[in-house]
Design a protein around this ligand. Sequence first.
Ligand code: LER
Ligand code: MN
Length: 273
Amino acid sequence: MKSSLTVSLVEEARGGPFVLWESLPTAIAKTARLGFDAIEIFPPSPDAIREVPLKQLLADHGLALAAVGTGAGWVKHRLSLADPDPAVRTRAVDFVRSIIDVAAELGASAIIGSMQGRSGNGVSREASRDHLIDSLGRCARAAAEQTPLLYEPLNRYETDQACTLADGAALLGQLESGLPVRLLADLFHMGIEETDVAAAIRAHGDSIGHVHFVDSNRRPVGCGHTDFGPIVRALREVGYQGYLSAEAFPYPDSDAAAAQTIRAHQYWVGASA
Ligand code: LER
Ligand code: MN
């Protein structure tokens, strides 16, 4: 299992659960210096990634791109894949597709988390679910020739589309078969919603494509009360070989959170695992 650190380039997301908040060149140099395998980027738009020589920067520092988030589509542009207005949904799909393309150029997947939307404002749960499934299909077809899409169940305060891995797997089961969408297991959301985090990982291990590595209080691993022993054992049991990507608050600050995360990764996974 490989190590990864998140960096946010979205000013509107300040206060959110991202470890680094600096320019991409600085974040990449810092992440590499600490010994991480990869970086996960939360950009305001694909242009924010294209305007730096990302491929070269990553190569220079021996770092991979773990994934690219699409949440700015919601946080910054108020776009949702479940919006009742078909024109807004199309703009949301276009935004996700633009992130899929820029991520795929570096072999990485795009993440659909906050963009999945939720019911409310006169939209029923069933309608918002139907809109999301239709939009996800359109995004996944764009990803089909490139890299799998990552769909992230979120806790109940952020969505009512899918809050557990089982809900997420059921939702993806409604897509046309063969589309490349995998589940993102965020250990913070799972700590709120799952009955047993390790059991959920064992039950859906085949579908997990990415992990957000974070403690119970969304602080870096080791700063909360999650018991990582059973979780790491379950990930090993299901043969998970992807990223444990730290999507956590910069607690007590970015540098300390990054250092704590790489120590925790080495403790739980081992430097060479
Ligand atoms: C949101 O809570 C989250 O976990 C992000 O990964 C979604 O974009
Ligand atoms: Mn997450």
